[in-house]
Write a protein of this length. Structure first.
Length: 69
């Protein structure tokens, strides 16, 4: 799968959310944050099924505001 500019923007939003919300509420691990940061920081342009599953799991938590509001 291709990592588009829109995907990269989404990663930035999730990283910001991690430090504002997810970290203090223990919604995702620091390892998950580091995974996302690594993808963003290294300019990953493609990702495999395993990476997509992990990203989707984190994104679903991010999107489910009932967990953190």
């Amino acid at each position: 799968m291709e990592m588009t500019g829109k995907h990269r923007d989404g990663l930035k939003k999730i990283m910001e959310w991690y430090w504002k919300v997810a970290h203090t509420n223990e919604l995702v691990s620091i390892e998950d944050y580091e995974f996302i940061y690594s993808i963003w920081n290294n300019g990953v342009t493609t990702y495999d099924d395993r990476m997509q599953k992990r990203l989707n799991k984190i994104r679903e938590i991010y999107k489910d505001s009932s967990l953190w509001m």
